[in-house]
Design a protein around this ligand. Structure first.
Ligand SMILES: NC(=O)C1=CN([C@@H]2O[C@H](COP(=O)(O)OP(=O)(O)OC[C@H]3O[C@@H](n4cnc5c(N)ncnc54)[C@H](O)[C@@H]3O)[C@@H](O)[C@H]2O)C=CC1
Length: 455
C-alpha cells in the first residue's frame, strides 16, 4: 500500500516549488556552460518503444570526461549543467516542460508513482514499504538525466552508474517502458500549457536514449559483478554515543577505489538504501569499514549504530563516486573532512601512502566539539607515520572548517577534496576557489546524494 497522498486521481500534496534547500533542485533552471550538444537518437514518436535487448558488451570505453577515471572500479562524474544557448531542439523542449512543472513538482511525483503502482502493481515490491524520503529518487534521477541530455560525455557515465546501481533493486529491461509511459503521462497531465506532439516526441526520444544506456550498463555489469553483495558485520566500535565504526566482510571480493562510497541496506529496513563512504583504502583481507552517525529520525543510521552487532548481515550495492585520487599528477591534496566526512579522506590518505608517493597531503578535520573528533587518534597516527601528511583538527569556535584553510597555504599547487555535510561542501568549494584552486580540480560527492545519505 502506498501512502494516501499517492492517490491516483487526486494527488493531494501541495506544491513543493523546487527541491528544498540544496541549491540543486531537480527542476532548477541551469545556467552554467556545458559541452557541445549531441543530438539524441531518433525513435518512433508518441509512445515509449520497447527497449532493444542489451547491446553486446564492449570493451571499456576510454575516459572522455575531465575527472580522472582510474583503472578498476568506475569513478563516475556527475552531470554538469548544460548550456542553454547551445541546446539541441529536444533539450529545449524537455527543459521547457520542466520549467512548467517545476512549481508542481511534488504533485507530478505523487501522480507518477500512483500511476506506476496502479498500472504495474508488480513494480511496487521494488520500492521500500514507506516511500517518504526515497519516493522521488527514481523520478528525480530520470528528470535530472533528461535535463542534461545534451551533455552526453558526462551523462553517459552518470546513467551507466544509475543502471548498474538499479540491479540491486531487481530492476530489469522490461520495467523501463512501464516507467517511461507513466513519466510521459504525469508530464502530460501537469505541463498543460506547453505539452504538444513535438514535446512528447522529444521526451520519448530522450527517455528511450536514457533507458537504453541504463539497460546496456546493467547487462554489461551482469557479466562481471553481482547485483549486490552480502556483508557480515565483523566488528562494531561505538566511538561516541552516536557514532560507530562498522566493519564488514563481503561474501565475495568487492572491488572499489579509495574515496568512493556504496549503498547499504540493513535487515531491519528492507529496500531502504543509504550511502556510506569506505573509511579505508582497499585492504588485503577484503574487509570494509564505514563511519556511521545516528541522525534524528534516521532509520538506517540508528539501526547501524544502536542495533547492528557482529554476525548481522547487510547488503551492499556497487561502488560509486568520483572523489578518487588522481595518480597521474603529483599535485598536493588539500582535504577537508567534516564530521563523519573524514571517513573517505582517511581512505584517500591510505591510498596515497600505498602508492608510495611523496606528494604533500594536508587534512583539515573539522568537528563541532573536541569530543566529536572521534577519529583524531587514527589521523594523528597516520601523520606520525607519513612525513608528507599534515593533519589539522579544526573545532568550531566562530570559524567553521572551510574558513580555516584561508589561514594556511599557498594552495594553488593543490587539488581539493571535500567531504562532509552539504553546507560544508558548498562553502568549502567557495573557500577553495577563493584560495586559488580551479573548480575542475575540486572533487566531492554530490550534495544531493549527501542529503539522501543523511538518514
Ligand atoms: N559517513 C560517511 O561515510 C560520510 C558522511 N558524509 C556526510 O558528512 C556529514 C557528517 O555530519 P556530522 O558528523 O554531523 O557533521 P557536523 O554537522 O558535525 O559538521 C562537521 C564539520 O563541518 C562543518 N560545517 C557544518 N556545516 C557547515 C556549513 N554550513 N558551512 C561550513 N562548515 C560547516 C562544521 O564546522 C564541522 O567542522 C553528513 O552530512 C554525512 O552525510 C560525507 C561523506 C562520507
Amino acid at each position: 500500500m502506498f501512502e494516501a497522498r499517492h492517490s491516483m486521481d487526486a494527488p493531494t500534496t501541495t506544491s513543493a516549488g523546487s527541491d528544498p534547500g540544496d541549491g540543486g533542485g531537480w527542476f532548477t533552471t541551469r545556467t552554467t556552460a556545458g559541452p557541445d550538444p549531441t543530438p539524441p537518437g531518433s525513435e518512433p514518436e508518441g509512445r515509449i518503444p520497447q527497449p532493444r535487448p542489451a547491446r553486446e558488451p564492449r570493451p571499456a570505453e576510454p575516459a572522455r570526461t575531465a575527472p580522472v577515471a582510474p583503472a578498476g572500479p568506475v569513478a563516475e562524474p556527475r552531470p554538469q549543467r548544460p548550456a542553454r544557448q547551445s541546446a539541441s531542439p529536444d533539450a529545449l523542449l524537455v527543459r521547457r516542460t520542466m520549467e512548467e512543472v517545476g512549481p508542481v513538482a511534488d504533485q507530478v511525483t505523487s501522480y507518477f508513482y500512483a500511476l506506476l503502482f496502479v498500472r504495474h502493481p508488480e513494480l511496487r515490491q521494488l520500492f521500500p514499504v514507506a516511500m517518504d524520503t526515497q519516493r522521488d529518487r527514481l523520478l528525480k534521477a530520470l528528470l535530472t538525466a533528461a535535463e542534461h541530455i545534451d551533455n552526453q560525455d558526462v551523462l553517459v557515465a552518470y546513467l551507466k552508474n544509475l543502471g548498474r546501481g538499479h540491479r540491486k533493486y531487481g530492476t530489469h529491461a522490461g520495467h523501463y517502458p512501464a516507467v517511461g509511459e507513466c513519466l510521459i503521462a504525469a508530464l502530460t497531465r501537469y505541463a498543460t500549457t506547453t505539452w504538444d506532439a513535438p514535446t512528447e516526441a522529444a521526451w520519448v526520444r530522450t527517455y528511450t536514449a536514457i533507458s537504453q544506456i541504463m539497460i546496456d550498463a546493467a547487462a554489461e555489469d551482469e557479466l562481471k559483478a553481482p547485483p549486490w553483495w552480502l556483508a557480515e558485520v565483523v566488528s562494531h566500535d561505538l566511538r561516541t554515543s552516536d557514532i560507530a565504526v562498522v566493519t564488514v566482510r563481503p561474501n565475495q571480493p568487492y572491488p572499489f577505489l579509495a574515496g568512493q562510497y556504496t549503498t547499504l541496506e540493513t535487515p531491519w529496513w528492507p529496500r531502504i538504501w543509504r550511502h556510506y563512504s569506505f573509511a579505508a583504502a582497499p585492504r588485503s583481507d577484503g574487509l570494509l569499514s564505514f563511519h556511521v552517525k545516528a541522525v534524528p529520525a534516521g532509520w538506517v543510521s540508528n539501526a547501524l549504530v544502536h542495533r547492528a552487532r557482529p554476525g548481522d548481515v547487510l547488503r551492499l550495492g556497487p561502488p560509486a563516486g568520483s572523489m578518487t585520487v588522481d595518480h597521474s599528477t603529483d599535485a598536493g591534496l588539500l582535504c577537508l573532512g567534516g564530521g563523519t566526512g573524514i571517513a573517505p579522506i582517511k581512505a584517500l590518505v591510505e591510498d596515497v601512502a600505498e602508492h608510495g608517493e611523496r606528494r604533500p597531503v594536508e587534512v583539515f578535520y573539522g568537528a563541532r566539539t573536541d569530543h566529536d573528533l572521534y577519529d583524531i587518534d587514527t589521523m594523528l597516527r597516520l601523520q606520525r607515520t607519513h612525513p608528507w601528511l599534515a593533519v589539522r583538527p579544526i573545532v568550531d569556535h566562530g570559524l567553521q572548517l572551510p574558513d580555516a584553510v584561508r589561514d594556511y597555504g599557498p594552495w594553488d599547487e593543490y587539488d581539493g577534496y571535500l567531504s562532509g555535510p552539504p553546507g560544508m561542501i558548498r562553502s568549502g568549494v567557495d573557500a577553495l576557489r577563493d584560495v586559488g584552486i580551479p573548480v575542475d580540480r575540486i572533487r566531492h560527492d554530490s550534495v544531493e546524494d549527501l542529503v539522501a545519505a543523511a538518514n
